[in-house]
Design a protein around this ligand. Structure first.
Ligand code: GUN
Length: 307
């Protein structure tokens, strides 16, 4: 039996509606949460993401502003911008879109963001809060993974969770969130021995590697919940056939656009898993919804209100 599809778009819409309602009541009380997005240079993928973030901010009623320093901006110039945003009271959330140009010291920039305004949850202070279960700001994609599990009534406590990928942005924080919810967590990476065997232990398998279709059916225990965090673009016909041969609808779209999106999970896994997030339409939409939610949370925490 094919897996139950965990619909991220519907869950994202629910979260956005909840955030809108909270923004409305905060604004009525004289607090309009504000988000500043910093986009350095002209990375095309980043431009698409940032457009989505700004559009979504408008939709939920947040105040938002965009800062677009040139590709040539120096670390010191960016530090001055961050310092200004830290100081301004109407700004509750600061998001510096990654990647930054290679001449910029990205670690220094992320460390300069006031942890109370760090809506990405990348500051070491927030990483520490997460690992010691204190209230703080949690990275958006991992928070979105947990929302999708929670809102789909997937049991976490006592379950075996396997996270494939150990990035600071997804793998590590999602592992910590699962651990905080009492899962037994294994984190895998490129040096892990016999990855399929470890994968097959999972009741909940999180794929966050960044390699198209790498998780095939032999990594997955029948009936497991599979969350696919990857978003990879395929433009090569041979690669398309390797993953999607016989999928007429996707083929039409591929031929029209010259590209299609695939996660880190091979489509064949749908036949083995018990529940699975689709790509696109799974984790992506909820990352932005969680950013909106984090901005509201920051606005409340900064004012001593419980979020
Ligand atoms: N670039 C890709 N993903 C992200 C993210 O979650 N936050 C930021 N700031 N940049 C990104």
């Amino acid at each position: 039996m094919p897996a139950r599809i965990l619909d991220g778009t519907k869950i994202a819409a629910d979260i956005r509606a909840e955030v809108s309602a909270r923004v409305k009541s905060l604004t009525a009380a004289g607090i309009r949460p504000g988000l500043a997005v910093v986009l350095v240079g002209h990375n095309p993928a980043s431009e698409v993401y940032v457009r989505g973030k700004v559009k979504s901010s408008h939709e939920v009623g947040l105040y938002s502003e965009q800062h677009t320093p040139a590709e040539t901006a120096t670390t010191d110039e960016l530090l001055a911008l961050i310092s200004d945003l830290n100081r301004r009271d109407e700004i509750d959330g600061i998001l510096v879109q990654l990647p930054l140009p290679s001449h910029v010291d990205a670690k220094k920039i992320l460390l300069a963001v006031d942890p109370a305004k760090d809506v990405d949850g990348f500051h070491p202070m927030n990483v520490g809060y997460l690992s010691t279960q204190r209230p703080g700001l949690v990275p958006c994609t991992p928070a979105g993974v947990m929302e999708i599990l929670r809102r789909s009534s997937i049991r976490i406590a006592g379950q075996e969770a396997v996270v494939v990928g150990r990035s600071d942005i997804v793998g590590k924080p999602v592992a910590m969130l699962l651990l905080n919810e009492n899962a037994t967590v294994t984190v895998c990476h490129s040096k892990t021995r016999d990855l399929p065997e470890v994968g097959r232990r999972a009741d909940i398998l999180i794929a966050a590697i960044g390699r198209a279709g790498m998780i095939t059916a032999d990594y997955v225990k029948p009936g497991a919940t599979v969350v696919d965090v990857g978003i990879n673009k395929i433009t090569d016909r041979k690669e398309f056939d390797r993953f999607f041969v016989g999928d007429k609808k996707r083929e039409e779209a591929f031929l029209a656009k010259g590209a299609t999106l695939i996660g880190d999970v091979h489509p064949e896994v749908t036949e083995v898993a018990g529940a699975i997030t689709p790509v696109p339409g799974g984790i992506g939409p909820r990352t932005i919804a969680m950013l909106m939610s984090n901005t509201v949370k920051a606005a409340m925490l900064r004012r001593g209100l419980s979020a």
